[in-house]
Design a protein around this ligand. Structure first.
Ligand code: FE2
Length: 423
């Protein structure tokens, strides 16, 4: 539960932050100096490791081939590496010729429905407005056939089952989610033109900001970190994760996601306005969560966290982490990248490449009570062509021709959308 307050009232908000920090301090170790010293050293070591891998292998991000995943012949060291890094590239998930056809159809859909000429209120979408860089070329489109076809592709479902198998989704007779089933969380897409400099996304973590210190479920999730035992914290422990309460805001995800991810529609690599991540899960979480308890942060502040905004990771408060920010490797159409819901990520500010850099965002939202409830909100938006429930209500696709309909869904798609029961 989050405290019920008027988040726009500065005095009230500051008072609640003071109380929340006091509560967390009641179970924090008294010797903050040695805790921070050890953690900083661990972050430094991980950063060196990441930089070394970048130099030696060209990337610090673990990579798997879909073919190997299907044949279950996966290198154990890659899996171990992924659990520490929190990010992975799975190549060749959708055949290139299939992507090319769907991508061409998507462009046609945008063109025939005059996406670029549509007038919408620019104040509707402000979630990232506290980040130094703001929005890349994100299209507020949710129901194109291209997106629906990708979401319901059996290979994507297999990748998600594989990635969710690393979570402890059941414990002491409690099932937090079903790792073999998932829902569609309808997200948007990016088409970025070559030479585009219209702003990327500064490093951030999805899933709210101040909530991580103020919501009871979050405090339970991160308790080991707050207690100073960050080494024992498991980012893949599902308990309490789907009970987290966020401050309502456009683009705060109301569903429970284990990973965010995307499918490449075009070739793109470092420098092409693509994704960057800090491939360090446990240490980076401990770093940003403990940072507000250092002496240079006022009792009423949380190292730059702003209610209703993404958690920014910036040079004022988190410089050590930024040293480990790296680009994902070159991607080809049909390749996918996945990152843990707590991982710091960013989109490059400029696209210096010579081709469009395009992706469809498809995360992993496994089946659970929370996500079933979300589906009930999402179903009518699909049927009517409204914006997906968590996003700014631009509702651009209401009158679009060639929008995906029920008839375009296969059995997987119908189950993922809640129109057929998972057996
Ligand atoms: Fe994000």
């Amino acid at each position: 539960m989050l405290p019920k307050i008027d988040w726009s009232n500065t005095a009230e908000r500051k008072e609640k932050i003071i109380q929340a920090k006091k509560h967390i301090k009641s179970f924090m170790p008294k010797d903050m100096k040695s805790l921070w010293g050890n953690l900083s050293e661990a972050v430094h070591q991980k950063t060196e490791e990441i930089q070394r891998e970048e130099k030696q292998n060209g990337t610090a991000i673990p990579i798997l081939e879909m073919q190997d995943l299907l044949q279950q012949s996966l290198p154990a060291d890659t899996i171990e590496n992924f659990k520490k890094k929190g990010a992975i590239v799975v190549r060749g998930v959708i055949p290139k010729h299939q992507i090319d056809t769907w991508y061409a159809g998507l462009k046609e859909y945008l063109q025939e429905n005059d996406y670029d000429k549509q007038k919408v209120d620019p104040n509707l979408d402000t979630y990232f407005s506290n980040l130094a860089s703001k929005k890349p070329q994100i299209y507020n489109i949710f129901w194109s056939k291209c997106q629906m076809n990708l979401r319901q592709h059996p290979n994507l479902a297999k990748v998600k089952v594989f990635l969710n198998s690393f979570w402890t989704s059941e414990k002491n007779g409690m099932q937090y989610f079903d790792k073999n089933k998932d829902i569609t969380y309808a997200d948007r897409l990016r088409i970025r033109q070559p030479k585009d400099t219209s702003l990327g996304l500064s490093p951030h973590i999805d899933g709210g900001s101040v909530e991580r210190w103020m919501d009871d479920a979050n405090i339970k999730i991160y308790k080991k970190i707050f207690q100073g035992n960050w080494q024992e914290y498991s980012p893949f422990e599902a308990a309490y994760r789907n009970e987290v309460e966020n401050i309502p805001s456009p683009a705060v995800c109301r569903a429970f996601r284990t990973y965010q991810g995307w499918v490449a529609l075009s070739p793109q690599g470092p420098g092409d306005g693509s994704l960057k991540v800090i491939p360090m899960l446990k240490e980076a979480s401990a770093y940003f969560l403990l940072r507000p308890f250092l002496e240079d942060v006022d009792d009423s502040q949380l190292s730059g966290a702003q209610p209703g905004k993404a958690q920014s990771i910036d040079s004022t408060w988190h410089q050590a982490l930024l040293e480990a920010l790296v680009s994902i490797p070159k991607m080809q159409p049909g390749d996918t990248v996945w990152w843990h819901s707590d991982l710091v990520h960013a989109v490059e500010d400029t696209h210096t490449g010579s081709d469009e850099s395009s992706v469809v965002y498809i995360g992993s939202a496994p089946l659970c009570k929370r996500n079933k409830a979300f589906l009930e909100l999402q179903k009518p938006t699909f049927l009517q062509g409204l914006s997906s429930p968590d996003f700014a209500k631009e509702n651009r696709e209401v009158n679009y021709t060639n929008r995906a309909s029920l008839a375009d869904l296969n059995d997987i798609g119908k189950k993922q959308m809640g129109f057929l029961p998972w057996d």
